[in-house]
Design a protein around this ligand. Structure first.
Ligand SMILES: NC(=O)c1ccc[n+]([C@@H]2O[C@H](COP(=O)([O-])OP(=O)(O)OC[C@H]3O[C@@H](n4cnc5c(N)ncnc54)[C@H](OP(=O)(O)O)[C@@H]3O)[C@@H](O)[C@H]2O)c1
Length: 286
């Protein structure tokens, strides 16, 4: 039996052309000069410069109502978002991670499930690119988030927890609490979005983990899904999606999608607006 071995020789392969001194050809390649225009342009309604327009114009606003909700996964070639032990830092490389930080920089709020908050202790700030920090939201129905979590750091960004009605939390008073009813232990994703909309958030990134993004997808609560596939095979580990079973391939979800090259990774930008249920203020027909 041939033993599969990691390939340390691959380190540095697929270096983006920017880092080789060649102008960027795609939105995935670092171009700090023009990128800086994008977050304020998206908020202010100004036109987006290329090469960012193709990728970020669709996240400016949604087709269904006044919200736009983006789910994201960084996954291996075999569809894993973490190892069996929950280790996921980092499946994506420099370009994929820069894309995640660009998404954070253009949204009003970034949402993670408590599983991710406990496993990764993420900061959820914008550090790899220019742009403002979004509000940080954790779905934590049972109040498990410790006050020491890094995403609770006081840095001017709003910090919110979504909890089940009646749950207790030991968090400081300056953490905003959104309490919602549960059904069989689950909080309806549409109800979470409605409360986030009432908080003033219009562009919302569901950053992970798989459990949380899958719930939003099943509930018809995503406008777009960004899946960044890294050139890596984990073999086993946590799968990206867990959806109700289907018996035939022709019943698979096949949303319209565009692909973008991010260095040596590939971004699949899926348009889920046909499945999206209205949650916010409906678009006026013209
Ligand atoms: N590769 C990537 O892009 C990526 C991104 C993020 C995370 N990760 C990895 O993914 C793993 C964590 O993800 P995960 O799927 O296990 O957990 P998760 O999605 O982060 O959190 C799931 C938990 O959040 C709560 N929750 C979320 N939505 C809810 C809803 N609508 N109603 C009620 N409760 C809700 C539940 O908490 P309770 O259990 O308290 O009921 C649920 O068990 C880690 O290994 C992390 O490293 C990978």
């Amino acid at each position: 039996v041939t033993q599969l071995k990691p390939n340390p020789g691959a380190k540095g392969a697929g270096t983006s052309s920017y880092r080789r001194g060649v102008p960027p050809r795609s939105a995935g390649e670092t171009n700090a000069a023009t990128w800086e225009i994008v977050p304020p342009a998206i908020r202010g309604g100004a036109a987006l410069p290329e090469p960012w327009k193709a990728l970020f114009e669709p996240v400016r606003s949604g087709a269904v109502d006044d919200l736009v909700v983006i789910g994201q996964f960084g996954q291996s070639l075999d569809g894993r978002v973490a190892t069996e032990t929950g280790h996921s830092h980092y499946i994506n490389g420099t370009d994929g991670l820069a894309h995640l930080h660009r998404l954070r920089a253009v949204v009003d709020a970034v949402v993670v499930g408590i599983g991710t908050a406990l496993a990764d202790d993420p900061q959820l700030t914008v550090r790899r690119v220019a742009g403002p920090n979004p509000a940080r939201v954790v779905i934590d129905p049972h109040g498990r988030l410790p006050p020491t979590a890094r995403l609770l750091t006081t840095d001017g960004a709003r910090r919110l927890v979504v909890m089940a009605e009646g749950a207790r939390s030991a968090l400081p008073d300056d953490i905003e609490r959104l309490t919602l009813p549960t059904q069989s232990g689950a909080i309806a994703p549409a109800a979470i979005l409605a409360r986030l909309a009432a908080c003033g958030f219009r562009r919302i990134l569901i950053e992970g983990g798989a459990n949380t993004v899958s719930r939003f997808l099943v509930a018809g609560c995503l406008d777009r899904l960004h899946v960044v596939v890294a050139p890596m095979i984990l073999g086993t580990g946590k799968p990206s999606f867990t959806l109700p079973p289907i018996d035939r391939v022709d019943r698979a979800l096949r949303p319209p999608m565009r692909t973008h090259i991010l260095g040596d990774e590939v971004l699949f930008d899926c348009d889920l607006s046909a499945q999206r249920l209205p949650v916010g203020v409906a678009k006026k027909s013209t």
